[in-house]
Structure formats: structure tokens, C-alpha cells
Design a protein around this ligand. Structure first.
Ligand SMILES: Nc1ncnc2c1ncn2[C@@H]1O[C@H](COP(=O)(O)OP(=O)(O)OP(=O)(O)O)[C@@H](O)[C@H]1O
Ligand SMILES: [Mg+2]
Length: 469
């Protein structure tokens, strides 16, 4: 995703990619090829969106633009290194080499698999055979099941600890009149929520067609919920559904166009930068990409410690001790303090990003796809770390992800977003066991499928459903 230049429109970059290799092609021809490529990778209204800048696209859409760029020159072979979306070669009409740690992406996209380990190809064969009868034990198929078990265990333990208290509270909340859908059942209504979001909407100006007229585009429409201390709200939805935009409004990196955001009872919707500043420590964010979220020129000690300095802690030694304690707490070594980011793996970098978010003792952490760039076992470790930290520091999380297995493992409640709206919200197990909307059901079937035939069938079904809107 880093291969897109932030200052040029998507269209210009696609056109350039082609003209560098085929200078004889006219701009007009290149432009229509660009529209076609965007269409092939599933960007809606490509004639309009071609004038957008990368920051106007969601993470998933940017990934698809990069694939479109790969298609511009009609290559015979496409090499895709860890794409996060499955690629349909039959549509693309070319040979594909797909490098991935994600078996679900592999299952739905390829004919043949080579399994690598320690630099060697240890197994090779038809995707159906390799995934169903692997010679090398390496596939952990039951991740979702194990996670569900984990959650159930934790919930049971919590219930045992709280004992009768919870039951009593639930009975009271449920019996009250005018039951409020935004409040989780297990809370009494006198408790103040940490975060209260009411009818927030965000509109962006989108440059229109030929005449460059711009129209309003509502990326988030009328979203409401309450979030209580110690709780985790999962936010799921397909690419472009508004998850990151909602997160940015809560962080007040964006000012909501409509609606209100209250943090600890204070309305922060339109606070000035100066008045927001003290609150900036209370809400932190962990981003998806561990490779771009750390400054390569700072040691990780500096990256994590800067915030303390900005807060006015002048004693360098004390700063260092605090950072080193935190490094240990997130599973790194105190003497990693002087290392630069390039010397860490993706999983370690995510631990660094978490430490950086924690250093100012925030109350709320928004995690925007924090583990989607990691392989399965590293994902597990990072998710476990997040739950432990939640218990230790009394943290509240908003956890954004497209992987439902991940969201289910960590969330108490889940909000399902579609085209900017919350179409369903509820207790996380409930949503998985009895999804009320068709859309949620479709998202559930989009969860990792490791049977190649099933994966293809589902993808075709989704494509049909998608084209019918
Ligand atoms: N600054 C902006 N200007 C114009 N449009 C924007 C801007 N930011 C986001 N959008 C649009 O808003 C919609 C929602 O984007 P958002 O980033 O919130 O999606 P998302 O749910 O996080 O998707 P993903 O899973 O792909 O990250 C997209 O259609 C995107 O193109
Ligand atoms: Mg996003």
C-alpha cells in the first residue's frame, strides 16, 4: 500500500504506470485503460473515483488500486506478495504467483501450492490435496474454534468471580421500561458510559465527473452507541463501510459533520485543538500497518518516550526506566530501547506500537485492524497481549477488523457496519449465532474458508450478490 504516492490522484498514478512502459499510448487511451482496471478490481464508479487521492480511499480500496496498477500493462504473470484480498485469476486472465501466510486467501485463489519452510519447498501439489491432506503439519484449521473456546472460558471465569451480582444487575436493566438498545445488558443504567456516540455522520466532498463538480459522500451515517469502562466493542464491515472514518471521528482527527461524541460526559464534538489537547492522552490509536506506523529514524525508545517528554517529563533517566518497564510488559526486552524499527519483525513492531499507545495511560484505545498484517500465530500472541493489558490497566477498546474470528475473540459487543451505517449491534456471541441481517450472514460466510471448492463457490456467490448491490 506504500506504493501509492499521496500527492497524485489515483488516475494519474495508473496512467503514469502504463505510460512509463508504453510511451506510444496516448493519455486518453491510458485513462480509459485505468478506468477499466479499476473496474476489474471491483472499485465502484471508476470514472468518478479515478479523480480521487489515495487518502480518500479506505485501506482495502487502496490495496485494490495497487492491484489495478499491476494490471495496467497487461502482464502475463502477476506476482502478489501478501495481498490481503483474494484474487480472482479467472477474471484477471493471467498467471498468478501468490505469496501469503493466509491459507484462506490461498484456498480461494490458486490451483497449486508450494509450502515453504526454512528456505526450502517442503511440499508441492494441487491446492485441494495440500490443504485437505497435508504431509507437513502446519495448518491450524480450528483457530476460530479455539478462540471461541477461549472467550467462553474467560466469560465463565468472570461470571464466577462476579457471582450473583451480575445476574441481579441484568435482571434490573432488563426490567426497566423503554429498554435502550445502545446499552449492554450487563450494565446498570446509572453508570456513566466512558464514550457516548450519538447519530454521528461524516460527509466528504468527492470530485465528480468531467466537470470536476464535487458531490457530498456520506462515509458514516447516523451511528450511535455507548461504550463502558473495561468493555470492548468490535466494529466489523466490508472494505469502505466507514470503520476507519468512525474511528477518526471518535479520536477527533476528524470533526463529525453531524451528531455528537461525548467522552466522560464532556461533549468533544466541536472542541478546539487547544481544548482537545489534554484529552488527546486519554484516547490512543493502534494502526494496521506495523511497517509504516513507526518512524524509521527514531530508536524505539525515542518513539515510545517522546510522548512523555512532550508531557513535560524532563528527567531523561526516569523516562527511560518507564519506557523499559513498558517494553517488558508488552513482551520485549528492556535493551531493545536503542534499536531501530527495521530490526524488528511485524509482530514485535505491533508490540512497540501498543507500548507507544500505552505510555500515557489512556482510558480508551482504538485498534484499527491491528493484527491483519500478521500471520496467524503472531496474531494470537498480540490478541492475548491486548486482553491481558485490558485487565491490568482497566482499558476500554474499540476494535476494528474485517476478520470476524478475530473480532469475536476479543469483543464483548459487536457493531456491524455497512455503507456507513450500523446495521446490527449486539452481544458478540449473539451476532454470530443469530445474525439478524442478511448482510451479517454474508459477512459470516466471508470468514476464512479453507476448502478450495467451497472458497470458490462462496466467492462467486458474493460477486453475484455484490453486483446486485
Ligand atoms: N478524506 C476522504 N475524502 C473522501 N472520501 C473519503 C475520505 N476518507 C474516507 N473516504 C471514503 O469513505 C468511505 C469509508 O472509508 P473508511 O476508510 O472509513 O472505510 P473502512 O471501513 O475503514 O474500509 P477498509 O476496511 O478498507 O479500511 C470510503 O468509500 C472512502 O473512499
Ligand atoms: Mg479502514
Amino acid at each position: 500500500m506504500q506504493s501509492l504516492h499521496p500527492q497524485y490522484t489515483i488516475g494519474n498514478q495508473l496512467i503514469e504506470a502504463l505510460r512509463v512502459h508504453r510511451p506510444q499510448i496516448s493519455r486518453a487511451q491510458a485513462r480509459s485503460r485505468a478506468v477499466e482496471s479499476l473496474e476489474r478490481v471491483g472499485i465502484a464508479e471508476p470514472e468518478k473515483r479515478i479523480n480521487s487521492y489515495p487518502y480518500e480511499f479506505s485501506g482495502g480500496m487502496r490495496q485494490r488500486v495497487v492491484i489495478a496498477m499491476g494490471l495496467m500493462c497487461d502482464p502475463k504473470v502477476l506476482l502478489a506478495d501478501e495481498p490481503t484480498t483474494a484474487l480472482d485469476v479467472t477474471v484477471l486472465g493471467m498467471a498468478l504467483i501468490l505469496v501469503s501466510h493466509d491459507l484462506a486467501v490461498v484456498a480461494g485463489s490458486v490451483d497449486e501450492v508450494v509450502v515453504m519452510r526454512h528456505g526450502q519447498a517442503v511440499e508441492r501439489g494441487d491446492v485441494r490435496r495440500v490443504l485437505s491432506h497435508p504431509e507437513h503439519p502446519r495448518v491450524e484449521v480450528s483457530r476460530a474454534q479455539r478462540r471461541a473456546q477461549d472467550r467462553a472460558d474467560r466469560a465463565r471465569k468472570a461470571r464466577e468471580e462476579k457471582g450473583e451480582a451480575t445476574v441481579a444487575t441484568e435482571a434490573r436493566a432488563g426490567s426497566e421500561e423503554g429498554f435502550d438498545a445502545f446499552t449492554p445488558l450487563s450494565r446498570s443504567r446509572d453508570e456513566e458510559p466512558l464514550l457516548r456516540v450519538r447519530d454521528v455522520s461524516q460527509s466528504f466532498k468527492v470530485r465528480g465527473g468531467l466537470w470536476g463538480r464535487s458531490t457530498d459522500f456520506w462515509a458514516v451515517k447516523g451511528v450511535s452507541f455507548d461504550l463502558y469502562k473495561g468493555e470492548t466493542l468490535g466494529v466489523v464491515g466490508e472494505s469502505g463501510s466507514g470503520k476507519s472514518t468512525l474511528s477518526r471521528m471518535i479520536m477527533r482527527l476528524l470533526e463529525p459533520t453531524e451528531g455528537t461524541v461525548e467522552f466522560e460526559g464532556q461533549d468533544i464534538t466541536h472542541l478546539s485543538d487547544r481544548r482537545m489537547r489534554p484529552l488527546r492522552n486519554e484516547v490512543q490509536m493502534v494502526f494496521q500497518n506495523p511497517y509504516s506506523s513507526l518512524n524509521p529514524r527514531l530508536t524505539i525508545g525515542q518513539s515510545i518516550g517522546t510522548a512523555l517528554k512532550v508531557q513535560g517529563e524532563r528527567d531523561g533517566r526516569r523516562n527511560r526506566v518507564r519506557v523499559q518497564e513498558l517494553l517488558e510488559r508488552v513482551g520485549l526486552e528492556p535493551d531493545h530501547y536503542n534499536r531501530f524499527p527495521h530490526a524488528f519483525s511485524g509482530g514485535q513492531r505491533q508490540r512497540i506500537a501498543i507500548a507507544r499507545a500505552l505510555i500515557l495511560k489512556p482510558k480508551l484505545i482504538i485498534c484499527d485492524e491491528p493484527v491483519s498484517a500478521l500471520d496467524v500465530s503472531t496474531q494470537d500472541q498480540v490478541l492475548r497481549l491486548l486482553s491481558e493489558l485490558q485487565d491490568d490497566f482497566g482499558l476500554t477498546y474499540i476494535f476494528v477488523a474485517h476478520d470476524l474470528a478475530v473480532v469475536r475473540q476479543v469483543s464483548d459487543r459487536v457493531a456491524v457496519m455497512r455503507k456507513g451505517e450500523v446495521v446490527e449491534m449486539g452481544d458478540s456471541d449473539g451476532i454470530y449465532e443469530n445474525p439478524r441481517s442478511d448482510y451479517t450472514r454474508r459477512l459470516l460466510t466471508a470468514a476464512p474458508v479453507l476448502d478450495p471448492d467451497e472458497a470458490r463457490r462462496l466467492r462467486a456467490e458474493r460477486a453475484r450478490a455484490g453486483s446486485e448491490g
